[in-house]
Design a protein around this ligand. Structure first.
Ligand code: PLP
Length: 396
């Protein structure tokens, strides 16, 4: 069976986890901080906060930015539902905006029109998604966001190691925090770095960083500089030395238990050390697919070969997608569809969205299919996939 995506666990990974399990901590130990520092440096951000999964990362970001029942937040309909749901968790309203038919990313021009056609102050923020591994041009998006005082949460789950080239010809890595207030990643097994469950938030904003650390663990702080209760109360006596006692902590806001564990962090560190190797393997796979498909009239569109693409997914667009999907399954090739447009999920339809709202996203959904794409996919397996697709179209 060839799935569309798959983790790669090596002997070194297993050793790293075993070592962590034999250490003093199972959760909230020093390995988490080490993973956070290494991950931050990998994406060239100042701070990183590891959390229990990518969805928790999104939820904490929305909380840290103060999303509430008067917030309206813009995102793409072609994403995993969690990108939008985090706004609903905080009581806010999700406003979808259509994709670009060629890049499959949220169309920045349309976001601009949407913002400008509404009264000032209508929106609070934007959640762009580096869909399939292709980086959103956040420099362009940030210009619009800044003009209208909006924050940006970059959903970079598909794109650790991905980048775009800015107007000064500089590489801007996904999650580097230069153009987004916060960025999030997931370590689910199908993603580039796998830790079972897991997520990461990166930022260059120190205040948000501290807020996130607090929210990750019940809203509890141990930083005595910001304690608000009195020393007498904290010590339980007036007879104290003017410092807070060793046990003291304060719950200052309503947080969650979204903690990551030390042994997952050990796996994360080990996986991260192979991240670049993984991306170059993904690129080689993408090049082989593109070479095979680019002259074929049965291919209506495909993931472009562009610099900085992290190739979480390799997508082709075809007519007769359903039959192709079933044909490939018969051959034990398990493709996937990314994604059913989020605005047409029954939950979002209840909020007023309907078919016809976003023509590019809906047209894309009718044809898209994600082919197997993961670093350990062999050349033989890939040839088998390509041959099977040619067989399907040539014998119709
Ligand atoms: C995987 C994913 C998430 C959620 O991550 P989990 O770790 O599964 O909670 C969010 N957004 C996108 C785009 C994703 O691909």
């Amino acid at each position: 069976m060839i799935p569309y995506g798959k983790q790669n666990i090596t002997d070194e990974d297993i050793l790293a986890v075993t070592k962590a399990l034999k250490g003093d901590y199972l959760t909230q130990g020093p390995t988490i901080l080490e993973f956070e520092e290494k991950f931050a440096s990998y994406v060239e951000a100042k701070y990183a906060v590891a959390v229990s999964n990518g969805t928790a990362a999104l939820h904490l970001c929305a909380m840290a930015l103060g999303v509430n029942n008067s917030s309206k937040v813009i995102t793409t309909p072609i994403t995993f539902a969690a990108s939008a749901n985090c706004i609903k968790y905080c009581g806010g309203e999700v406003v979808f905006s259509d994709i670009d038919a060629e890049t499959y990313l949220i169309a920045i021009e349309k976001v601009k029109q949407l913002i400008e056609s509404n009264p000032k102050g209508t929106f609070s923020g934007i959640i762009p998604v580096d869909f399939a591994g292709r980086a959103v041009n956040l420099e362009e998006l940030k210009k619009i966001a800044d003009e209208h005082d909006l924050w940006i949460i970059e959903d970079a789950c598909h794109a650790p190691g991905g980048f775009f080239i800015d107007s000064n010809n500089q590489k801007q890595l996904c999650g580097n925090g230069k153009f987004a207030d916060l960025a999030i990643f997931s370590f689910h097994p199908v993603k580039h770095i796998a830790t079972g469950e897991g997520g990461m938030i990166t930022t260059n904003n120190k205040e948000l960083y501290h807020k996130l650390l607090e929210l990750r663990s019940h809203g509890i702080t141990r930083n005595s500089e910001i304690f608000t209760n009195s020393l007498d109360f904290a010590n339980g006596t007036t007879n104290h030395n003017g410092t807070y006692p060793g046990w003291y902590m304060e719950m200052q806001s309503l947080g969650y238990n979204y903690r990551f564990t030390d042994f997952q962090a050990a796996l994360g560190i080990s996986q991260l050390s192979r991240a670049e190797e993984g991306i170059s393997k993904r690129r080689a796979i993408a090049e082989r697919y593109t070479t095979a498909f680019k002259e074929q009239s049965f291919i209506k569109g495909f993931s472009n070969l562009i610099e900085g693409h992290a190739y979480h997914l390799y997508i082709i667009e075809v007519e007769d997608r359903l039959a192709l999907y079933n044909f490939l399954r018969e051959k034990n090739i398990y493709c996937q569809i990314h994604y059913i447009p989020c605005h047409l999920m029954p939950y979002y339809k209840e909020q007023g969205y309907k078919e016809g709202d976003f023509i590019n996203a809906e047209a894309y959904y009718k044809k898209c299919i994600s082919l197997p794409m993961f670093p350990t996919l062999t050349e033989d397996e890939q040839n088998f996939i390509i041959d099977s697709i040619f067989n399907f179209f040539n014998n119709k």
